[in-house]
Write a protein that binds this ligand. Structure first.
Ligand code: FAD
Length: 298
């Protein structure tokens, strides 16, 4: 008996990786090293985020287009409704289609004034993520992924409202949901049960956030509607001056979370990579997902 052993066999795992557009040439070099290393694991797709307020429109597009041109991976471009008229969003979608991109992660986005302030739709824009999904369907036959929030979106009055939102996105044409990150797997399973109970059948893929910097992740979590369990905070307690131990604990924590989901039968994972390969590469290795070596043709 191997306590770490997942229930699915390696080739039954469907893996995807998320990147963000780099801000500097050094960060860009690092991103491409990461992409090339992870490409060997043949992910189902790789996604590239869209900066808050649409600030990375060109950078997101250029990375996604380069992934199409230079790799065999299928990219998914994140797109939000923020600060853009429908015709601008539609033009972005047509550009993606023409560049060979076939998958969009459709989001409402956060208000340009920051998380916590009220979202005001652009007067001529898509008002909600559901609206955006419908708009994408009208433009072309994209595969459409959406977000979902197992612990509730910060603006949501209840989990039922999040399930309503997910249902509306599915009815509009979304075919996959990726969750906000979470650290307590029971939270995910409870949400999954409720979604299945309502007849939502699309994959609800756990978004896995390996912790590199606990304080930073705890800050994100507070804004994102994800809770940080006390046991997790305790693991990092007293290690502010000890990055090596923090890194080991971070790796162990992420491995435990993914292995426990895999043992419970989860066979699809979306990794928030923070544009770094090492930790997610190691987790995939433990799942049995290994580089595909092309066999020479005799
Ligand atoms: P929505 O589905 O639009 O939900 C937002 C709120 O509205 C919730 O309270 C929901 O309950 C409510 N709601 C929406 N529709 C309905 C409905 N029909 N019925 C009832 N209630 C409804 N942000 C970026 O700026 N760029 C990114 O690239 C990006 N990528 C992300 C990727 C993932 C996997 C996740 C989980 C989040 C991402 N975000 C990104 C953050 C996201 O933009 C914010 O969380 C934003 O506040 C909500 O947008 P949404 O599309 O995720 O949520």
């Amino acid at each position: 008996f191997n306590a770490l052993h997942p229930t699915a066999s390696p080739n039954q795992f469907t893996i995807s990786y998320e990147f963000f557009p780099p801000k500097t040439p050094e960060m860009e070099t690092q991103l491409w090293q990461t992409i090339n290393r992870l490409a060997a694991l043949k992910p189902h797709f790789v996604s590239v985020t869209y900066g808050a307020g649409g600030t990375t429109r060109e950078r997101t597009h250029s990375i996604v287009a380069r992934i199409v041109r230079e790799t065999e991976m299928k990219p998914a471009a994140h797109l939000t409704c923020v600060s853009a008229a429908r015709e601008d969003v539609d033009a972005i979608l047509r550009d993606y289609w023409d560049a060979g991109v076939r998958h969009i992660v459709a989001l409402r986005g956060d208000p340009p004034t920051g998380v916590g302030s009220k979202f005001e739709a652009h007067p001529k824009g898509y008002a909600t993520s559901t609206d955006l999904v419908s708009g994408i369907r009208r433009i072309a036959d994209f595969e459409i992924s959406v977000s979902t929030y197992p612990e509730g979106h910060p603006e949501s009055a209840s989990i039922e409202q999040d399930l309503d939102a997910l249902q509306a996105k599915v009815d509009a044409g979304a075919t996959r949901a990726i969750t906000q990150f979470f650290f307590d797997n029971d939270v995910y399973f409870r949400f999954l049960d409720k979604a299945r109970g309502r007849g939502i059948t699309i994959p609800i893929v756990p978004g896995i956030m390996p912790i590199r910097n606990f304080k930073q992740v705890a800050g994100f979590a507070q804004k994102a509607g994800a809770s940080v369990p006390r046991w997790l905070a305790e693991r990092f307690d007293g290690l502010d001056e000890d990055p090596e131990t923090r890194a080991l604990i971070a790796a162990t924590t992420a491995v435990e979370q993914v292995m426990s989901l895999a043992r419970a039968g989860v066979n699809e994972f979306h990794f928030y990579t923070n544009n770094r390969a090492d930790l997610v590469f190691a987790i995939c290795h433990l799942l049995g997902v290994r580089p595909v070596r092309e066999r020479a043709i005799a």
